[in-house]
Design a protein around this ligand. Structure first.
Ligand code: ATP
Ligand code: MG
Length: 559
């Protein structure tokens, strides 16, 4: 995106309107945003919305966007997550340049400011238990009650806070709280906790700290230190904004960021909660964070979803102030659109049924030309081998077809894509009465797919050569959840038992096997597929990224 498009983008949503106004009024000269993940899990498609918004705005308005790890809770955070988050943001196509930060870099500054609040009588050490703090906080209709420790002297508070830092007390023994107003109508202002005691090893600061700042305390001040102009977060933080502003007002911070809230992304058939996603992984419901059924960026990537499709999806859903649930079909639409445009066409047979062309000479074979993309001649052509023995798809044949079945059946003629017309003459069955092989004849005059006498067939089918094709395992994914609105508090009950189907005996044309590219391809009439990292030279594995829509209807209409 170039800056020239900024004008066009400016009116896209209310946040861009605010930013445009702030630039026009010279409130800000440069726009600085940030994406602030907590490294306690892998990123999911909801995060992609936030990433595209923050990095997108920075690009469009010629500012910059920081990647800041909100690493304030060492008991849940890991280096693996820090690494995966960076890889995922890059994969989505965004670049933070030199602007990589960690909230933990500010721990000393945050601590000093907290002492400042104590000196100003705006913070105190509370010896109450977590439970008592919760019980005395009040409710939406009742005010809270003051802590018996609220009126400690500055000297006593300073001494206790320093001893908290020095590690003299047990986890949970004391906290530092802001001294605001226990009767405030906004519960977030009822003396919120700024620091808790936590004897835990931190991935970056090691054992230096035995107290850690709360999200509310660390977040806005980190924004201020980095000169963030627009701190964009999701709606659940709207009620925290008065507290965000309170800190900025009371502390000698170097800049005055403002917080703006937008609606988080919710998707049908999907749970976007790191807690649930973590549990899916830990309990073995999926193969890992990058299981292609996961709504994680890593899962989407492994599934073959192109980053451009994710960016387009996020653009289409827009940014609004009211929560809503987006139909997962919208994401699928964007994936199909992108892959339809970019993916090379190939042939693969997922559930093979052997075909012997009886009038094709034994031992002979030939090469036929096939286009790589029907709408894009620049993608070229390839040669595919045709011979006496082929595979077609099991469900492209019916021995006793219903009226509208135009594919192969005894006596019926069909076209094999890029090859010939064939007709089924005989059906071979095993002892159990199952069809195991078809005997067919071909018409040599129909080479390339058309009959010189002008006769028509109603179906065109994909196929592969029995001799030249390679075996492959194909993994077909369906929605991880069976319900459009899975219950996050009891998600296991809503899991789809049919979310993964493995086809072990598929056959793919050699061009698929030989390619080392990691781009998805279209298996004609089947969908889009991508090579899985589980593939070895002896065993190819493909993931279905997404199926084609209306396959049957399209075939019927083709003629
Ligand atoms: P969870 O609540 O699932 O644990 P989180 O929102 O706390 O996730 P963070 O790492 O704190 O995870 O999120 C980083 C940023 O991504 C935050 O600014 C957050 O608002 C944003 N974000 C998280 N989930 C979504 C979502 N579903 N849609 C849009 N933005 C999101
Ligand atoms: Mg969060």
């Amino acid at each position: 995106m170039t800056a020239d498009t900024a004008a066009a983008e400016a009116g896209r949503d209310f946040i861009r309107d605010i930013i445009q106004a702030d630039l026009s009024s010279h409130k800000h000269r440069e726009i600085v945003t940030r994406f602030p993940p907590e490294p306690n899990g892998y990123l999911h498609i909801g995060h992609a919305k936030s990433i595209a918004l923050n990095f997108g705005i920075a690009q469009e308005f010629k500012g910059h966007c920081n990647l800041r790890f909100d690493d304030t809770n060492p008991t849940k955070e890991e280096q693996e997550y820090i690494d995966s988050i960076q890889a995922d943001v890059r994969w989505l196509g965004y670049d933070w340049g030199k602007n990589l930060f960690y909230a933990s870099d500010y721990f000393e500054q945050l601590y000093q400011w907290a002492e400042g609040l104590i000196r100003a009588g705006l913070a105190y050490v509370d010896d109450q238990s977590q439970e008592d703090i919760r019980l005395t906080r009040g409710t939406l209709t009742e005010p809270g009650r003051n802590s018996p420790f609220r009126d400690r002297t500055v000297a006593e508070n300073l001494e206790l806070f320093r001893r908290m830092r020095a590690g003299e007390f047990q986890n949970g023994a004391r906290v530092l709280r802001a001294r605001i107003d226990m009767a405030s109508g906004n519960i977030n202002l009822r003396d919120p906790v700024l620091y808790r005691i936590l004897h835990a090893h931190h991935p970056r600061t090691g054992d230096t700290w035995s107290i850690y700042p709360s999200y509310d305390y660390a977040h806005g001040q980190s924004d201020a230190i980095e000169g963030i102009t627009h701190s964009i977060c999701t709606l659940e933080f709207e009620d925290h904004r008065p507290l965000y502003d309170w800190f900025i007002e009371k502390l000698p911070v170097p800049s005055r960021p403002r917080q703006y809230e937008f609606a988080r992304l919710n998707l049908t058939y999907t749970v976007l909660s790191k807690r649930v996603l973590t549990q899916l992984v830990r309990d073995g419901h999926v193969a890992g964070w990058d299981d292609p059924r996961m709504p994680t960026i890593a899962g989407l990537r492994r599934r073959g979803v192109p980053p451009a499709a994710v960016r387009e999806f996020v653009k289409r859903i827009g940014v609004a102030k009211a929560n809503s649930v987006v139909d997962v079909g919208m994401l699928e639409f964007c994936i199909r659109e992108e892959l339809n445009r970019t993916a090379l066409r190939r042939m693969a047979v997922l559930r093979p049924l052997k075909v012997v062309i009886e009038n094709y000479p034994q031992g002979q074979s030939e090469e036929l030309e096939a286009v790589n993309h029907p709408d894009d001649p620049s993608k070229g052509t390839r040669r595919i081998a045709f011979g006496r023995e082929l595979y077609i798809e099991q469900d492209d044949f019916m021995e006793n077809p219903p009226k509208k079945f135009f594919r192969l059946s005894p006596g019926n003629e069909v076209r094999l894509r890029y090859a010939y017309f064939i007709k089924c003459t005989n059906v071979v069955k095993n002892a159990a009465g199952e069809v195991v092989e078809l005997r067919c004849t071909y018409d040599p005059a129909t080479k390339g797919g058309n009959a010189p006498d002008g006769r028509k067939v109603k179906a065109t089918m994909h196929w592969v050569s029995a001799l030249q094709s390679r075996p492959a395992e194909i993994r077909i994914y369906n929605q991880l959840f069976a319900k459009p609105n899975p219950d996050a508090s009891n998600f296991a009950a809503d899991l789809n038992p049919q979310s993964l189907e493995i086809l072990k005996d598929a056959r793919v044309e050699p061009a698929i096997a030989e390619s080392t590219a990691s781009d998805p391809v279209q298996f004609e009439r089947q969908g889009y597929f991508v090579r899985d990292p589980d593939s070895t030279p002896d065993k190819l594995v493909f993931n279905r990224t997404i199926g084609l829509r209306d396959t049957f209807a399209k075939e019927v209409g083709k003629g």
